[in-house]
Design a protein around this ligand. Structure first.
Ligand code: DAH
Length: 343
């Protein structure tokens, strides 16, 4: 029985030293296997005198059960340790590979870049201006006086200012203030495109957002006439929508141009016959435009007898919607990946 006790403690010491599955298996063979030490003791019981057999047998059986329990516990510990080690290394080679995430440009960024590329090909440089703008550039300098309907507080986000400030500050409602800003700093000839965000204090619906993008166009030079405007804008619209599309110009009033126009493109679905998509019109509006008002040229110090120019403003969301058949502008800023992944 003393031998059994010695065997037991040797087995437990060796078990605690066995660190992995292979070592544990070797230990199991050495003690509990068919040729193992404990098994051999049990098999040899018959050789003992009958009065000892009982006590030694009971002790040997209890020892085998103990060692089996200890082995099971060590096996669990070793498995957990192995998993922890793999996880600490950050690699589980048994897991299937993960697909890499590929980023993409927002559909508005894509549209904006295409617009600027087409304009660049026609000789327009790109400039930018501030989104937080003086009332002067956004309205007064563009001949939009304080009583004009578009100055209604419904339409404009005004910034909070100290009561004593004389010049008011707002979030620009259009990119047109950059006509003034650019001409103040540059002499003709001018060919410039100004992209950017604009803000309107409006309820949102399928065709209105409180923030959207415009691209402003301005060309000023000697001898620029309405026909240059028509040619340039037609060319630009066809670069975006296809060479076979018709473009038309409708008289429209904007305070900073004279004459002014709205620019329509033939509906791509019905080809001009009128359908649901174009509200039965056959045409879709894509821009406001016109010949730069003489007073504006004079106010920035240009010689209005020598120089003339045209300006236009395009809505980027509107163009993206028409090109992709998107029926709700709010999709662009809802950040729903199911929508964004399509572009
Ligand atoms: N700024 C105008 C708007 O937001 C659009 C516009 C109309 C721009 C006529 C122009 C223009 O440059 O000539 O409604």
């Amino acid at each position: 029985m003393a031998d059994l006790e010695a065997l037991r403690s040797r087995a437990l010491i060796e078990l605690s030293a066995a660190g992995d599955a292979a070592a544990l298996d070797a230990w199991r063979l050495a003690y509990l296997g068919r040729q193992g030490a404990v098994t051999r003791v049990l098999r040899g019981l018959g050789e003992l005198p009958a009065e000892e057999r009982r006590a030694v047998g009971a002790m040997a059986n209890a020892m085998r059960a103990d060692l089996e329990g200890a082995l099971a516990q060590r096996q669990t510990e070793a498995e957990n340790a192995a998993i922890a080690q793999m996880e600490a290394g950050g690699i589980d080679v048994t897991l299937p590979g993960r697909e890499g995430l590929v980023g993409r440009l927002h559909p508005i960024t894509q549209t904006l870049r295409e617009m600027l590329a087409a304009l660049g090909a026609m000789g327009f440089q790109v400039a930018e201006g501030p989104e937080v703008e003086w009332e002067y550039y956004n309205f007064d300098a563009l001949r939009i006086p304080w009583y004009h309907p578009s100055r209604d507080s419904q339409d404009t986000f005004w910034l909070e200012q100290k009561p004593e400030s004389e010049k008011r500050v707002l979030l620009r409602t259009q990119t047109s203030p950059n006509q003034i800003r650019f001409m103040e700093k540059n002499q003709p000839p001018v060919r410039v495109a100004v992209p950017g965000r604009v803000y309107r204090f409006e309820a949102t619906d399928a065709t209105h957002e409180w923030m959207f993008h415009q691209v402003e166009l301005l060309a000023v030079d000697e001898g620029i006439s309405f026909k240059h405007m028509k040619g340039t804008l037609t060319q630009f619209a066809r670069a975006l929508f296809g060479q076979d599309r018709e473009v038309r110009f409708r008289c429209h009033y904007f305070p900073f141009v004279e004459p002014g126009a709205e620019v329509d493109i033939q509906c791509g679905l019905c080809g001009g016959a009128g359908c649901r998509s174009c509200g039965g019109e056959g045409w879709l509006e894509i821009a406001g435009a016109g010949m730069v008002h003489r007073e504006i040229l004079e106010n920035v110090g240009y010689d209005a007898d020598r120089y003339t120019g045209f300006a236009a403003g395009f809505g980027v969301e509107r163009i993206a919607m028409l090109r992709h058949g998107i029926d709700d502008i709010r999709n662009f800023y809802a950040n729903d990946l199911r929508f964004l992944r399509q572009f």
